[in-house]
Design a protein around this ligand. Structure first.
Ligand code: GDP
Length: 531
């Protein structure tokens, strides 16, 4: 991911599309709110949502589902910062929705990693970081809650370097700890940023400083803190790498800012960092060729589908990441999977809590397209060329259960509901070739509960999930003849997913090993590309 490419058109070059990754409670929601506040999208903090998604219980989740307008507007938010357009894509916080998270990260060019200054790198941060690493996403780090007792600065940096195997360079340096925290030294711009504890929505006072020997520092920083700052910064210069933008863009180095989201402190500096160092819209991998953002022809791909936002109309919104060109409302695009033209007449963009008609969109933007189910995750839209965006995976579910309609006469309805959730990416649905009924697969147990509630709420259909004889699912790959032969002699294990692809179901790893041994022409895989 390097920017040593021809210059992009200014409208594209000014776009920064990113997601925030963090462990529950680290401050993602608060930081998002402050982004919007400084982006001018909201007037006062506290309007986004009261709670972090991650801490939602099932009932919170259902309450949110009822008011899906909110969750949708939070899926992708756009706002301006100086001459830049920021597109912030929300990652679902709950670990049960990790597949969704993975796909969200295919739609961004960078991630902001938020950690709690007292807790350091926590489990969910680590997991999400690893997903970013798979894609070599550039990462900018925000160490939050510096207004409270936090760890030693070197210790925090060490922990990131050790646990995540990434180099860290300080963009700012905290002065004082906990109650004595007064602000940061902005290393990138030689400035002193002082935190105002009295007004949480006020931007820090910044004071130009002419290097660390500037006598002006003494006016603002108590002597002992100043001595510590000088010592620590000298040590930091010796021990830590300087900011190297290429290394950051490759994902091998992360700059770290220290701050306090709730006090609006350090947030602006982070935003400036995203603007000056964050990547522009990147090249998109696709077949038979990759897509460059500066191409004049429009293209984009669906990375998320949200259904039944209004239970009365079964409409869905497909979230599309624009990969190239300049889209204008009303354009006819080709839906590559079905080769059909689609007039995109009501696309929406989300400015904080408002949903707006998108008159135009550029490479890097995220657009919501209402539709009746034609658009699925992984679909590509172009101005005619048969391009297919690659790298949007579907993972084998880790939990499988059978599902039954409370009323057996309604099993057709059940099938419809299940197919819809499968297309939305909320679950995997398998139809075994022997017997009746469906097997539903998910990544986390909470998803079964959410599905049951949604089927009841959106289709008026009570359902029961029950233990299944299978525990693992693998997609079957191989040439036609080999697959046919395999299917013929393993009928009791065979099912089809909602795309019609063949899936092998079993409860024994032994079975999977046996297939590898007995059928050298067949591969069983735990992932498939969405298409
Ligand atoms: P999320 O779960 O990551 O979305 O975290 P939230 O933004 O909901 O924050 C979790 C808790 O930490 C809330 O009670 C916030 O008010 C609090 N919090 C967020 N930022 C700061 C901060 O800079 N300092 C302190 N002391 N608390 C904070």
């Amino acid at each position: 991911m390097l920017d040593n490419r021809p210059e992009l058109p200014p409208e594209i070059a000014r776009r920064r599309t990113f997601a925030i990754i963090s462990h529950p409670d680290a401050g993602k929601t608060t930081l998002t709110e402050k982004f919007l506040l400084f982006g001018g999208a909201i007037q006062m903090a506290g309007q986004v949502r009261a709670k972090g998604e991650a801490r939602r219980t099932r009932s919170d989740f259902m309450a949110m589902e009822k008011d899906r307008g909110i969750s949708v507007s939070a899926s992708a938010m756009s706002f301006d910062f100086k001459e830049f357009r920021f597109n912030l894509v929300d990652t679902p916080g709950h670990s049960d929705f990790s597949e969704d998270t993975y796909r969200t990260l295919t739609a961004v060019d960078a991630a902001i990693m938020v950690i709690d200054g007292a807790k350091g790198v926590e489990s969910q941060t680590q997991k999400l970081f690893e997903v970013c690493r798979m894609r070599d996403l550039p990462i900018l780090t925000f160490c939050n809650k510096m207004d409270r007792e936090s760890r030693d600065t070197f210790e925090i940096i060490d922990e990131i370097q050790e646990n995540l195997a990434i180099d860290v360079t300080p963009a700012s340096w905290p002065i004082g700890v906990g109650r004595d925290f007064i602000g940061c030294y902005d290393i990138l711009r030689d400035r002193l940023e002082l935190m105002d504890r009295a007004d949480r929505n006020k931007v820090a006072e910044s004071i130009e400083i002419n290097g660390l020997d500037d006598p002006k520092l003494e006016q603002y920083v108590p002597e002992d803190q100043l001595n510590t700052l000088r010592e620590e910064l000298e040590m930091a210069r010796e021990l830590l790498p300087p900011l190297d933008r290429d290394a950051m863009l490759e994902g091998s180095l992360t700059p770290i800012w220290f701050g306090s989201a709730i006090n609006s402190f350090g947030v602006k500096e982070l935003m400036e960092g995203i603007a000056s160092y964050g990547p522009q819209p990147q090249i998109q991998s696709a077949e038979p060729r990759q897509i460059l953002p500066e191409e004049t022809k429009v293209s984009g791909f669906v990375f998320k589908v949200q259904a039944n936002m209004d239970p009365k109309h079964r409409d869905r919104v497909a979230f599309v990441r624009m990969a190239s060109g300049h889209f204008k409302r009303g354009m006819k695009l080709t839906h590559v999977r079905t080769k059909k033209p689609m007039a995109i007449s009501n696309p929406v963009m989300f400015l904080a809590s408002d949903r707006e008609l998108a008159e135009e969109a550029w490479a890097g933007d995220i657009m919501g397209i209402p539709n009746h189910g034609q658009l699925r995750i992984g679909d590509t839209l172009t101005e005619g060329e048969a391009l297919r965006v690659t790298g949007i995976p579907s993972f084998a579910p880790e939990l499988l259960q059978g599902v039954r309609a409370g009323d057996p006469l309604k099993s057709k309805h059940l099938e419809k509901a299940l197919m819809q959730f499968a297309e939305e990416g909320a679950a995997k649905v398998f139809k075994p070739s022997i017997g009746s009924g469906f097997i539903v697969g998910v990544v986390g147990a909470l998803q079964f509960e959410v599905l049951a509630s949604r089927i009841e709420l959106e289709y008026g259909l009570p359902v029961r999930f029950e233990a299944s004889q299978f525990t693992s699912a693998r997609w079957v790959k191989g040439d036609r003849q080999a697959v046919d032969k395999f299917v013929e002699s393993n009928k009791q294990h065979i099912s089809h997913d909602h795309d019609g692809d063949i899936v092998y179901l079993t409860r024994l790893q032994w079975d999977i090993d046996r297939v590898a041994r007995d059928y050298p022409d067949i591969t069983l895989t735990a992932t498939k590309e969405m298409m």
